[in-house]
Design a protein around this ligand. Structure first.
Ligand SMILES: [Zn+2]
Length: 248
């Protein structure tokens, strides 16, 4: 009896260890034995690379001026959303290769548009808030930015990874601000450690309202550096922000 229980414990421990190395379910649709991402979920992640900033209210200036272009190959919904959350929050590190590949492919496509504008590009990760940063060295956007910089260098750009932005914590950033400014939220929380050496391409995991990207663009502009656009893994579909639930 005791032996049987012991054997069961061993089997359970082995299964847990195997799951750590190679979880059995697809991170997007949870189908079994599909590896980190099944073919269908990979297709959803690797959709057509297009500009998808039009649904981000904060990126479209009220004065009708041009919006910051944001390229992506996926919408932040359904299986793509689940896969990104699994990578960021649930420790599914084996997804990193898939997500790096997606962002590299998007950066290459953005590069074809940006090539006539600048032969040199500084690829700048948009920092996550400091608490989240602690859980993954450099933050998820730094991992993605490295992949984007490599892809651009492979396409003939003078591309450098420039991890130069900082974001202050909420309590510090809000101190000394008026109520209206506090309500306005994240504005002014991004700092620049040193000006990047070339016009910038921002990299982040997900675009929602665009407030974070806009704040990064303004911070860089204050030190005299132009932002050419941004590359993200996925974009919240227009309208999903009001209802707080993305359609599936
Ligand atoms: Zn799947």
């Amino acid at each position: 009896m005791r032996e049987a229980r012991g054997a069961k414990r061993v089997v359970k421990a082995l299964r847990a260890a195997a799951d750590l190395v190679w979880p059995a379910d697809c991170a997007g649709c949870e189908r079994e034995l599909a590896g980190p991402l099944c073919g269908e979920c990979r297709l959803a992640l690797l959709g057509p690379v297009t500009r998808r900033e039009s649904g981000a209210p904060r990126l479209v200036p009220a004065d009708g001026g041009p919006a910051l272009p944001v390229w992506s190959s996926a919408w932040y919904q359904g299986e793509v959303r689940r896969a990104i959350v699994a990578w960021k929050r649930q420790g599914r590190g084996e997804l990193e290769w898939e997500l790096r590949r997606a962002v590299a492919r998007t950066a290459e496509a953005a590069g074809r548009v940006l090539a006539p504008i600048s032969p040199a590009i500084a690829v700048v990760p948009v920092p996550s808030r400091w608490l989240r940063r602690l859980s993954r060295r450099g933050g998820t956007s730094a991992v993605l930015a490295r992949a984007a910089a490599e892809a651009l260098a492979g396409s003939g750009f003078e591309a450098v990874l420039a991890d130069v932005l900082t974001r202050s914590s909420l309590s510090r950033e809000q101190a000394g601000k008026s109520r209206q400014q506090r309500v306005a939220g994240r504005e002014g929380t991004t700092g620049v450690r040193r000006p990047p050496p070339a016009p910038c391409l921002l990299v982040d995991d997900v675009l929602t309202t665009g407030a974070t990207l806009l704040d990064a663009e303004r911070a860089l502009s204050r030190v005299g550096v132009q932002t050419l656009g941004a590359v993200v893994l996925a974009v919240s579909p227009a309208g999903s922000l009001d209802t707080r639930s993305a359609p599936n």
